[in-house]
Design a protein around this ligand. Structure first.
Ligand SMILES: NC(=O)C1=CN([C@@H]2O[C@H](COP(=O)(O)OP(=O)(O)OC[C@H]3O[C@@H](n4cnc5c(N)ncnc54)[C@H](OP(=O)(O)O)[C@@H]3O)[C@@H](O)[C@H]2O)C=CC1
Ligand SMILES: O=C(O)[C@@H]1CCC=N1
Length: 269
C-alpha cells in the first residue's frame, strides 16, 4: 500500500518511523517544508522523499496531513491541483474539521485523528472520526495502519476538542506532574534516578491496576488511605490546595483553546 506523510515534524516523524519499523511492506512518500527533516530518510528502502506536497498526494493512496493549523491554508493551496477521487486524507491537524478539508480539496474521503506522543513507542491512543463516504473496509484499513502507533478510539467529531485536551495534549500534563514529583523527591533527599524509578513505577503500576481490575479510582484511593495515617494528610492538603479543580480547569482551558483554533480557522478560510 502507498502511504503519504506531509509534514515530518513531531507527529509526522513518529508516523514515518513507526510505519518503517512495524509495517515494512508499506511504500512511503513523504514531504516536509524544510528539506533537512527528510535527510534521515533519504537512503532508506521503502521511502521516497518527494519534491512537494502535491507529489505525495499524487503518488500515495492514503495521505497523512501533519502540519500545524497555521500552515493549513498554504498546504491546501499546494495540493488543490490533485484529483483525490478514491484517495483518503488522514488529518492530524488540530482544529481543522473534516468538512473544511472536504470543501477545500473537493473530496469526500477524510479521516480526522488526534494521536498522542506515546505513539513513538507504539503505546499511543488516537481519537478517530471518519467522513460518511468511507467504507467499512477502508475504515478498518486505516485503523489497522494506526496500530503502528497504538490503539484507536472512535469518537464523534464534535468531541474532538475534548479528545485533544485529554489525550492529545494530555501527555504534556503527565510529564509536568512527573517532573514535579521528581523535584520533590530531590527536595526530600532522594537521588534523581531513585526518585524517577519510584515515581514511574508508582504511576504505571497504579494505571495497570485500574486497567486490570476496572474499579473506580476512588475505591483504590480509599484502600491506600488509613485513618489518621499519612495518605489522608496528603489528600487533605491536595483538596485544600484545589488540585482537583486545577486539573479540571487545565483540561477545560485546553479544550476551549482547541475550540477557538477551530473557530478561527473556519473564519479565516
Ligand atoms: N505534537 C503533538 O503531540 C500532537 C500534534 N498534533 C497536531 O499534529 C499537527 C502537527 O504537529 P507537530 O508534528 O507537533 O508539528 P511540527 O511543527 O513538529 O511539524 C509540522 C511539520 O510540518 C511541516 N510543514 C508545514 N507546512 C508544510 C507544507 N505545506 N508541506 C510540507 N510540510 C509542511 C513543518 O516543516 P518545517 O520544518 O518547515 O517547520 C514541520 O516539520 C498539528 O496540527 C498538531 O496540532 C496532534 C496530536 C498530538
Ligand atoms: O499543542 C497542540 O496544539 C497540539 C495538539 C495536541 C498536542 N499538541
Amino acid at each position: 500500500m502507498k502511504i503519504g506523510v506531509i509534514g515530518v515534524g513531531n507527529i509526522g516523524s513518529i508516523l514515518v518511523e513507526r510505519f518503517l519499523e512495524t509495517k515494512p511492506e508499506l511504500k512511503l512518500y513523504i514531504f516536509n517544508r524544510s528539506p533537512q527533516k527528510m535527510e534521515p530518510y533519504k537512503e532508506l528502502d521503502g521511502i521516497v522523499c518527494c519534491g512537494n506536497a502535491a507529489e505525495v498526494c499524487e503518488k500515495a493512496e492514503i495521505i497523512f496531513f501533519a502540519v500545524k493549523p497555521q500552515d493549513v491554508s498554504a498546504l491546501f493551496e499546494q495540493v488543490r491541483v490533485v484529483e483525490f477521487n478514491e484517495k483518503i486524507i488522514v488529518s492530524t491537524m488540530t482544529g481543522i474539521s473534516i468538512k473544511v478539508i472536504m470543501e477545500e480539496l473537493g473530496t469526500d474521503r477524510v479521516v480526522r485523528i488526534m494521536p498522542n506522543i506515546p505513539g513513538m513507542i507504539g503505546k499511543g491512543v488516537t481519537g478517530i472520526c471518519f467522513s460518511p463516504a468511507i467504507s467499512k473496509e477502508k475504515r478498518d484499513l486505516v485503523i489497522e495502519l494506526l496500530e503502528a502507533i497504538g490503539s484507536t478510539v472512535e469518537v464523534n467529531e464534535k468531541d474532538f476538542a475534548a479528545v485533544t485536551a485529554l489525550s492529545g495534549s494530555g501527555p504534556a500534563f503527565v510529564f509536568v506532574i512527573v517532573e514535579a514529583l521528581i523535584d520533590i523527591g530531590l527536595k526530600m533527599g532522594l537521588s534523581y534516578d531513585k526518585a524517577r524509578e519510584l515515581i514511574l513505577h508508582t504511576i504505571s503500576g497504579s494505571v495497570e491496576l485500574l486497567k486490570e481490575k476496572g474499579n473506580h479510582p476512588g475505591e483504590f484511593r480509599h484502600l491506600v488511605t488509613s485513618p489518621s495515617g499519612t495518605t489522608i494528610e496528603g489528600i487533605y492538603s491536595l483538596e485544600r490546595e484545589g488540585l482537583r479543580g486545577t486539573i479540571m480547569k487545565t483540561i477545560l482551558d485546553t479544550y476551549n483553546r482547541a475550540r477557538k483554533i477551530n473557530e478561527d480557522i473556519e473564519k479565516s478560510l
